[in-house]
Ligand binder design. Sequence first.
Ligand code: FES
Length: 102
Amino acid sequence: MGKIIAGKVSDITPGKMIKVSVDGRDILVANIDGEFFATDDSCTHSGASLSEGKLDGCVITCGWHAAEFDCKTGKLIKFPAKIRDLTSYKVSADSNDVFIEV
Ligand code: FES
């Protein structure tokens, strides 16, 4: 377990999500109303990059086949087939940087 800098607070503005690569793993970091959250970036359906999808409130919609995940928990919200939840990660921030714990 370690704390990794995910990006600058000023670069991840409210309503925005970015992808960061940590030890070969792609992680999505989102800013929801000034609070930061992180989950796996790869959709558990067919592996699309979720950070290239849509973020509406705390709902991430996959750009390929529209699976919906809760960005705060990684839980699957909606999809016709049963697919796995996303792994979520602890996130913290100071005045300059956003950190994820992996
Ligand atoms: S790859 Fe995300 S819903 Fe199919």
